[in-house]
Design a protein around this ligand. Structure first.
Ligand SMILES: Cc1cc2nc3c(=O)[nH]c(=O)nc-3n(C[C@H](O)[C@H](O)[C@H](O)COP(=O)(O)OP(=O)(O)OC[C@H]3O[C@@H](n4cnc5c(N)ncnc54)[C@H](O)[C@@H]3O)c2cc1C
Length: 395
């Protein structure tokens, strides 16, 4: 009998799970259940969709013909509400689906903190194209946008909205930008670069209240600063979509715990992407969702495949600002090589251990991120390097 592989979520993890399952087993039945109404699209480029640089068509990974050709049954507008583990059956708002192997790839949702006034109108989060459309409509009517959260996503969204002609404020609660993905030199270069693009950044800004009469009109910070605004975007991290799965006996930490095969603690149930936690890490980033999806799909279809934890890298996608970091950028027992050209806004820092680059920060050098990423991923050895010029030449 044909094996039934069921996938919850048509994000990038779910799509890659379906692809690798099909590669392994040409005959199995593959069904993806998706609550949204669209084929998989590149979520990471939503900021470019907001600024008008790209269209939904460009973002869409595959058209309907690809699903037909690969015999992947994408069932849209169908929300999973639970799992009956004994019956090996997934419950949805449109009926039930049986599985032999199940992959949970339900992703994550933006975090909405319990701040006074959070339910006022014109306060948005961004996860989907639909959310992006709401923000574009607001930007057309409004003049000032305030983004709460100066992480990578908050900065990229802020920049997109700036390109639509709005004044943009970014509120960051830390004393510097991207404290986990950059050091203090890179943070201050980034701050200058954003200012030069006309973006206002408020550091040490803890939001106390959203004020307004039906619609938000001001953001009040705990230190007394008050910022007038027409609309607000919350960019305060995400939480795994575990609600439909939290009472079926799955081991859950920040997200659904998986082993190196992307197996959960329940037989024949796998998890991958933003909804999964491997080795206590729930990274919530694109490349990891892809590789975990592939591993889950392959194992679910019967080919033993092992997930190798990758060194996460971050790259800010704002035209004109190159900020790339990879690996451990706070390594204490590493050799470090750096070059800082303040006048030209360029900064490089490498952390080396046993001849390997274990961490790096690149600011302002467009040509380097890819080379550095490849050197780290391919575990390229740099032996006998005594200064940064020699390192750059050997990259
Ligand atoms: C605007 C934006 C920009 C980003 N930029 C970057 C970046 O530059 N670099 C980077 O590494 N990462 C970035 N990320 C994060 C990255 O997009 C995610 O890590 C990645 O999309 C996760 O993929 P996923 O398949 O695990 O989850 P998702 O993409 O969230 O997909 C999960 C799918 O499951 C569906 N679903 C959820 N619950 C149910 C249910 N109960 N029933 C049926 N279907 C359900 C959802 O509708 C969704 O389609 C960005 C995210 C956003 C929102």
């Amino acid at each position: 009998m044909m094996k039934k592989i069921l996938i919850i979520g048509a994000g990038i993890a779910g799509l890659n799970a379906s692809k690798s399952a099909r590669e392994v087993d040409k005959d199995c039945q593959i069904t993806i259940l998706e609550s949204g109404s669209l084929n998989t699209y590149t979520r990471t480029r939503i900021p470019h969709y907001i600024s008008g640089e790209t269209s939904l068509n460009d973002l869409t990974t595959y058209g309907d013909d690809w699903y037909i050709k690969n015999r992947i049954n994408l069932v849209k507008e169908t929300k999973v509400t639970g799992i009956d583990v004994n019956e090996k059956m997934v419950l949805t708002d449109k009926g039930n689906y049986y599985y032999d192997s199940l992959i949970i790839a339900a992703g994550a949702s933006p975090f909405k903190p319990n701040i006074k006034g959070i339910d006022l109108k014109n306060i948005f989060t961004i996860r989907t194209i639909h959310d992006a459309d709401n923000v574009i409509n607001s930007a057309k009517k409004c003049k000032v946008c305030t983004v709460i959260g100066g992480g990578l996503l908050g900065l990229e969204i802020g920049h997109s909205i700036r390109q639509l002609g709005c004044e943009v404020n970014i509120i960051e609660r830390n004393e510097r930008l991207l404290p986990r993905q950059s050091d203090s030199i890179a943070s201050s270069l980034l701050l200058d670069a954003l200012k030069s693009k006309g973006i206002n950044v408020y550091l040490n800004g803890e939001t106390e209240e959203f004020v307004g009469d039906n619609e938000v009109s001001r953001v009040k910070l705990k230190d007394g600063r008050v910022i007038d605004t027409d609309f607000v975007i919350l960019s305060m991290g995400v939480r795994a979509n575990i609600a439909p799965f939290d009472n079926i006996g799955l081991e859950i930490g920040r997200a659904i715990k998986v082993d190196k095969y992307m197996r959960t603690n329940i037989e024949d149930i796998y998890a991958a992407g933003d909804v999964a936690e491997y080795n206590e890490n729930n990274y919530c980033i694109w490349p990891i969702a892809i590789s975990q999806g592939k591993v889950a799909g392959s194992n679910a279809a019967g080919k033993v495949t092992i997930y190798e934890d990758t060194k996460p890298h971050t790259q800010l996608k704002i035209p004109g600002i190159t900020l790339f970091t990879i690996g451990n950028i706070f390594c204490q027992d590493c050799e470090s090589l750096q070059r800082f050209d303040k006048d030209n806004g360029k900064y490089l820092k490498f952390f080396l251990k046993d001849g390997l680059i274990v961490g790096a920060i690149v600011f302002g050098e467009v040509s380097l991120p890819n080379k550095v990423r490849k050197a780290v991923e391919n575990k390229k050895k740099f032996i006998g390097i005594s200064n940064i010029d020699e390192l750059l030449e050997s990259l």
